[in-house]
Design a protein around this ligand. Structure first.
Ligand SMILES: Cc1ncc(COP(=O)(O)O)c(C=O)c1O
Length: 388
C-alpha cells in the first residue's frame, strides 16, 4: 500500500502504547501499578450519568447541529463568562467529540507550510504532531526545570517572526503540571498584541484542577478575547474521558472554518452526551471538588516520595494530575527508566522524551491512582533506583 507522504509527519501519544504493554504483562500474571494514564480514576458523577441516560430515553439519539446543541452552547458560554470574567456569545462556541478535534481543526485551519507555530515543550505530544501534519514549522518554547517548568518569557519576543501565526499555551500543563501566572499571561498577551495576525490557542482543559490560586485565562486580558482560541472540555474536570465531550471558544471569524472541518469529519458530537454535559455545567460540583481534594493529597505523597529517591528531583506540581520528575541523577535515559520501571518495578509511567526533545531526562507519572498504589509505586521505584 502506498500511503500519503503526510502520514510520516503524524506522531502519536505513547500513553496508549505503554498501557497496551502493561496489559500484556498483566495477562502474564505480573502486577503493574498504572501511573501512565492521563484520565481521572473516578467515575463520572451520578447526576451526569443519569442526565445522559435520560437524554437517550428522551430521544436525543439523532444528528444535531454541527456546532453543538443550542442549550449546551449557551451553557458553555455562561460558564466560561463566570470562570473567565468575559462575555461570551454562544455563537462563538463549537462543541466537538472530546477537545482533541479542536486542536486538530484549529491547526488545519491556521497552519500551513511557511507558517511557524510556537508550542510548549515538554508538552502534549499532539501539538507537535499536528503542527507537522499541517506542514507548518513547530517552534518549541522550552519549559525549564529550574523555573518549576515555566518558560523564559524574555526570549519569547525573539522567537516570534513574521511567519508566526499561532502560540499554543497549556495551563495547567501536561506533562509538567505547571500553571502560568496572571503576570506571565499578561506578559505574553502584551507580546501577542504587538503582532497583528498572531493568535493564541489556550488549552485550558485542566483549568479546574489547580492547587495554588485561581485559574486565569489569557482571554481575560483586555483585548485578548478576539485573539484567543480557548480549548476546553469535560474529560478531566468531570471524569468524562469516555463520553468524548469538548469544545472551542473561538474568534468569530474562525467559527465557520472550524464548523466546516467538523462537517467534513464528524458531522456533530453525540446528542445525548451533550445533554449530559449541560447537566455537568449546571449541576452540583461537590463530587468534582472531592476529586480535586483527593488529587491534592496524592500530589503531596507523590512529589515528596519522588524527591526521596536518590538522583530524582521533582518540582512542585501546580495543577493537573501529573508529576514530572527529573531523573538525570539516576544515569538512565528517559526510555531506559520507563522500560526498567515497567519490567523491574512493575510501575507503568511515561518517558519524558514522548513529550518532546526537552523531555529527555524526565518521566511523567500520573497520580490518577489510589494513595496506597502511589506509595507502593514510590517504594518499588526507590528500590529499583538504589539497585542500579
Ligand atoms: C493537554 C491536553 N489537551 C487536550 C486533551 C484532550 O482531551 P479530550 O480530547 O479527552 O477532551 C488532553 C488529554 O489528555 C490533554 O492532556
Amino acid at each position: 500500500m502506498t500511503v500519503a507522504a503526510r502520514m510520516n509527519d503524524l506522531g502519536t501519544e505513547s500513553a496508549f502504547e505503554v498501557l497496551a504493554r502493561a496489559r500484556a504483562l498483566e495477562a502474564q500474571g505480573q502486577e503493574i501499578i498504572h501511573l501512565e494514564i492521563g484520565e481521572p480514576d473516578f467515575e463520572t458523577p451520578q447526576h451526569i450519568v443519569e442526565a445522559g441516560m435520560k437524554a437517550i430515553s428522551d430521544g436525543f439519539t439523532h444528528y444535531g447541529p454541527t456546532a453543538g446543541l443550542p442549550q449546551l452552547r449557551e451553557s458553555i458560554a455562561r460558564n466560561s463568562g463566570e470562570v473567565r470574567g468575559t462575555t461570551t456569545d454562544p455563537a462563538n462556541v463549537v462543541v466537538t467529540p472530546g477537545a482533541k478535534p479542536i486542536m486538530f481543526y484549529v491547526l488545519l485551519a491556521l497552519a500551513e507550510p511557511g507558517v511557524e507555530v510556537i508550542y510548549p515543550n515538554p508538552g502534549f505530544p499532539i501539538y507537535e504532531s499536528m503542527i507537522k501534519f499541517s506542514g507548518a514549522t513547530p517552534v518549541p518554547m522550552q519549559l525549564l526545570e529550574d523555573k518549576d517548568y515555566h518558560p523564559d518569557l524574555e526570549i519569547l519576543p525573539g522567537m516570534i517572526t513574521d511567519k508566526t501565526r499561532l502560540i499554543i499555551l497549556n495551563s495547567p500543563e501536561n506533562p509538567c503540571g505547571s500553571a502560568l501566572t496572571k503576570d506571565e499571561l499578561e506578559t505574553i498577551a502584551n507580546i501577542v498584541k504587538e503582532h497583528p495576525g498572531l493568535y493564541v490557542m489556550a488549552d485550558e482543559i485542566y483549568k479546574d484542577i489547580l492547587y495554588t490560586g485561581e485559574h486565569y485565562s489569557i482571554s481575560s486580558v483586555p483585548g485578548m478575547q478576539e485573539r484567543t482560541i480557548i480549548l476546553d472540555g469535560f474529560s478531566k474536570s468531570y471524569a468524562m474521558t469516555g463520553w468524548r465531550m469538548g469544545y472551542g471558544i473561538l474568534p468569530e471569524e474562525l467559527v465557520p472554518h472550524i464548523v466546516k472541518l467538523a462537517v467534513n469529519s464528524v458531522s456533530c458530537a453525540a446528542s445525548f452526551t451533550q445533554m449530559a454535559a449541560v447537566a455537568a455545567l449546571e449541576g452540583p460540583k461537590d463530587e468534582v471538588e472531592a476529586m480535586i481534594g483527593e488529587f491534592a493529597i496524592r500530589r503531596r505523597i507523590i512529589a515528596d516520595g519522588l524527591r526521596s529517591i536518590p538522583g530524582v528531583n521533582c518540582p512542585e506540581p501546580e495543577g493537573a494530575f501529573y508529576a514530572f520528575p527529573s531523573i538525570h541523577g539516576t544515569g538512565l535515559t528517559s526510555t531506559q527508566f520507563e522500560e526498567r520501571a515497567m519490567n523491574e518495578a512493575g510501575v507503568a509511567l511515561l518517558s519524558g522524551s514522548a513529550f518532546g526533545e526537552y523531555g529527555e531526562g524526565y518521566v511523567r507519572l500520573s497520580y490518577a491512582n489510589s494513595q496506597e498504589n502511589i506509595k507502593k509505586a514510590i517504594d518499588k521505584l526507590d528500590k529499583m533506583v538504589r539497585a542500579l
